[in-house]
Design a protein around this ligand. Structure first.
Ligand SMILES: C[S@@+](CC[C@H](N)C(=O)[O-])C[C@H]1O[C@@H](n2cnc3c(N)ncnc32)[C@H](O)[C@@H]1O
Length: 237
């Protein structure tokens, strides 16, 4: 991804993102606006971007809200790139290596947390939801974007077949849980994957990976729904 900009360019074009937003996922500019609204951050609040990748969404949310950003990802290379990118943009943010299930963040230290298109990677998922609940302040907000299986989903990889955001958040003690379908987001995704599946990747590994993922995603296209989940940790009574 660092060595070829073609994949980034396809993301920027289809998702409507500005070139300074490094995305490794499928959240569009319009989808990001919804996420920002749901996070309800105020200046000085602490935002955790979990499985932040190269930090693009967290940096943009922090820019808009004036929240203090802590990005966490288990890839040291992604964290290295996120730090370098924040420096290039002249932004102050903290990026650290950590797992969705063991972030290394202090308990009740985070005002709101976002996880863009990555909660399905947690092993086990229940540990990631519990970690999310642990790091948030009482009354803290969590916003997750992901996919869930449709009623007929025989071919999904296990990690997607098992996604149940409402159940995961509820089991971790969250309240005010809302999981909404976002079919509009699927249209932009579809155009991106159609392009990926149709391109000739040559011998560029980033393009090969993009192409292969496009082919795989289109094979199971009707077996997932696009969803956005929001939830709150219990406030003291
Ligand atoms: C699809 S990318 C999304 C990255 C970023 N949220 C974005 O939207 O650009 C998934 C990210 O999850 C990270 N990841 C996967 N499993 C993880 C885990 N168990 N703990 C922390 N990060 C993880 C990967 O390194 C990768 O950066």
């Amino acid at each position: 991804m660092a060595e070829t900009t073609d994949v980034d360019r396809a993301h920027w074009r289809h998702l409507g993102l500005p070139p300074e937003l490094l995305s490794s996922s499928l959240l569009s500019w319009a989808g990001l606006a919804e996420v920002v609204d749901e996070l309800a951050l105020r200046p000085g609040d602490v935002l955790a971007d979990l499985a932040c990748g190269r930090g693009g969404y967290g940096l943009e949310i922090a820019r808009r809200t004036e929240a203090r950003l802590i990005g966490v990802d288990f890839s040291a290379e992604a964290i290295r790139q996120a730090r370098a990118h924040a420096d290039d943009l002249g932004r102050t943010a903290e990026f650290r290596v950590g797992d969705l299930a063991a972030t290394g963040l202090e308990s009740q230290s985070i005002t709101a947390a976002v996880c863009v298109d990555a909660i399905q990677f947690a092993e086990p998922p229940a540990a990631a939801y519990a970690e999310l609940a642990r790091i948030l302040v009482p009354g803290g907000r969590a916003v997750l974007t992901c996919w869930e299986p449709t009623d007929h989903a025989p071919d999904l990889p296990e990690r997607l077949a098992d996604v149940d955001l409402r159940a995961g958040l509820a089991a971790a003690g969250f309240v005010d849980i809302e999981v909404v379908d976002r079919p509009e987001w699927r249209q932009t995704e579809r155009a991106l994957w159609d392009e990926a599946a149709a391109l000739d990747p040559g011998d560029d590994p980033a393009l090969q990976s993009f192409h292969d993922e496009g082919v795989r995603v289109l094979q199971i296209w009707d077996q997932v729904r696009r969803v956005r989940a929001t939830a709150t940790t219990r406030a003291p009574s």
